[in-house]
Design a protein around this ligand. Sequence first.
Ligand code: NAD
Length: 292
Amino acid sequence: METKTAKLLDGKALANKIQQELSAAITQLQPQKGRPPGLAVLMVGDNPASAAYVRGKERACQKVGIESFGKHFPTQTTQAELEEVIAALNHDQRVDGILVQLPLPNHLDAVTLLHQITPDKDVDGLHPVNLGRLVRGEPGLRSCTPAGIMRLLQEYDIPLQGKQAVVIGRSILVGKPLALMLLEADATVTIAHSRSHSLQSITTNADILIAAVGRPGLITADMVKPGAVVVDVGINRVVESSGDSRLVGDVHFESTAGVAEFLTPVPGGVGPMTVAILLQNTVESYSQRFHS
Ligand code: NAD
């Protein structure tokens, strides 16, 4: 008997396609705006994973023609210094997007900094005004990872209306905004989290199952409904017995691929989509800005 294998939801390929479209849109808009779009990524300290993410974002900006106004601050930078930088960027007419790379060193208050960013430059979509717009179903900048997942599902024509969608994880970064977006797309949404009882009885009902937890191999094949669409948001670095390390998601890929209809790989699934939507949000903010 032939073994079934899930089709891949290829986030890397779609992210490349989006980047090409954005590059073309920027070429078209730039003569009338008189400048390229600008994105400022603020990083504090030297967390190696954050540094790699920031480099990835800056490379992607360069590829599509977005100017980077990124700043890298030493660990001991104060809250007041960062607030001053954000205030200046809010008024800088070359800058369309501002984001603070998380996590921050412990002495800094990330939420207060986030609230300082003017909502129309909040390309991470995490400011309360933009989250409020999402709750109300109004247009606004949407959080990058959940918006990237929605775009990926749309690209593969995955029907959502009336479907059972289960989101595992309730963070403000992924789980909560994603649940709202799925609701907006008329799915019947369940959110599971660390206090949920009998996770398996919840996940096996899911037509669309999304894991955003940060635990390698949490989702195994016996937790997946045959034919389900499985999206793996988790990024976990695991060390092999050989001493080498590699990135894995929250879903046990090999076994789940035999049950699911569609599955995202890690890496190459949700990660590249997050960056693509960040660029898209920056270009959206740029195209709507009055000043040039
Ligand atoms: P988080 O730590 O803020 O939230 C984790 C969530 O998982 C919590 O809501 C918690 O209730 C839930 N949880 C924990 N243990 C659980 C369990 N045993 N069963 C069910 N739920 C459980 O994390 P986050 O910021 O939402 O990120 C989640 C994962 O996604 C991480 O691995 C992170 O690295 C990854 N991530 C990936 C991208 C991307 O672009 N691919 C973006 C953001 C986050």
